[in-house]
Design a binder for this molecule. Sequence first.
Ligand SMILES: Cc1cc2nc3c(=O)[nH]c(=O)nc-3n(C[C@H](O)[C@H](O)[C@H](O)COP(=O)(O)OP(=O)(O)OC[C@H]3O[C@@H](n4cnc5c(N)ncnc54)[C@H](O)[C@@H]3O)c2cc1C
Length: 477
Amino acid sequence: MVVGDVTTSTDVLVIGAGPGGYVAAIRASQLGLDVTLVEKGEYGGACLNRGCIPSKALINGSKLASEAGHAEELGIYADPTVALDEMISWKDGVVDQLTSGIEQLCTAAGVNLLQGTAEFADENKIRIVHQGEGQGSESLKFENCIIATGSRPIEIPEFDFDDERIVSSDGALNFETVPDELVIVGAGYIGMELATVYSRLGSDVSVIEMLEQALPSYQEDIASIVRKRAERLGVDFHFGYTADSWTESDGEAVLTAVPADEAAHDSAIELTADRILVAVGRRPVTDTLSIDDAGVETNSQGFIPTDSRCRTNKEHIFAVGDVAGEPMLAHKGSKEGEVAAEVIAGEAAAVDYQALPAAVFTDPEIGTVGLTENEAANEGITPVTGEFQFQASGRALTANRTEGFVRIVAEKETERVIGAQIVGPEASELIAEIAAMIEMGAKLQDIGSTVHTHPTLSEAIMEAAQNARGKAIHRRN
Ligand SMILES: Cc1cc2nc3c(=O)[nH]c(=O)nc-3n(C[C@H](O)[C@H](O)[C@H](O)COP(=O)(O)OP(=O)(O)OC[C@H]3O[C@@H](n4cnc5c(N)ncnc54)[C@H](O)[C@@H]3O)c2cc1C
């Protein structure tokens, strides 16, 4: 059907149905506003289709395979065979279930759904181009707009994603077979999570990283625990190198990496691979929106600066999620989506990032929230820290996973908890307790004197809090 260029109107226009946009749309509709949500691709955005959910499905699948194959210490002898195509089909089923659920949730909340690509015509009007030949376009006037167009993988020169051997994370979540040799460019969290998946599934994985550390945005003592475990899984790291070019030889890709320090240019290395994954970061999707026509400002990297109420430089246009900048995390986008909707509805909402947790689903996992000791000191806060090693946790021993620790950071004078870093088993779950404590303004004693179930990993949080007060029972203070 040709829609033509009919102009309709809406109170709130949301562009993009990822975790930022669909949450904003549902909340705005719950608050009694007339809401239209425009999506050019799949409901659920990167998170559900190409990010959090599919990657965690493969992380879980590969964990089962790896643990089953390496449990001799526990008297278990198994040699699992992995049919990657079946694991991918199972993962796709999980994705389908969740994405269709999003569509239903939006419809049930009364959100008008429109399929198409949105582009600003001016600061109160959007043009929506419908996909497919002869599908036409329509225009929509809006009172308020929430931009939630997300991000896409960054390409690097010489490594275009149009060759099937060169893939972004999107491609690496859909391999038909386990690559024999996988080279990953970038040791950030996406590169490291996928290095974990494919090394557990049997690929020879090499990682090239221009800096001298894996997971460079994490503290060295945390990142090194994950790197050492990855090395035990067989991952080969080349730090201080950048991927320069690649050629084809006997059907394989041969990648040349050069030292990031140009003075050492003569010691280039070559790595062969049947697949090369480029995971060097993501850029915001603002370049395809005709955003200048709405007068919305972007910074030099294309992100949309916003205030604590998610407002752009235009009072009635909001930006949430990846497009509004780091940290590019699904739950940060969802929180901002809720806040933007509430602000539009006249509520006194604002985003407070002090209790925003982050997790990396490597082996072992990382969970962080709030400030590190150094960040606190840089902000003029005198910190006190407490730690507890999983080696001393009965539960960690029974799970045969004892690497890592819990570290709690508090303000020395008041003992108010301001941050935590966990590396170890289930860190992604454990960090939620400390996020809740920070949100509630808890002090070390509140955590330390809370009775924790025994034997659980969460006892390590209680012990770390008590250690900060010189009162841990199961370690020397
Ligand atoms: C491999 C991988 C693993 C990840 N793992 C995690 C994790 O474990 N935890 C976590 O918190 N985060 C994770 N992330 C990040 C997470 O996916 C993003 O932070 C999150 O999806 C951002 O949500 P968003 O709503 O801002 O944007 P997106 O999810 O990117 O959604 C944006 C939507 O906007 C649509 N769109 C874009 N332009 C237009 C237009 N002009 N018109 C109409 N529609 C448009 C797109 O089609 C898309 O559906 C991961 C990402 C990747 C790639």
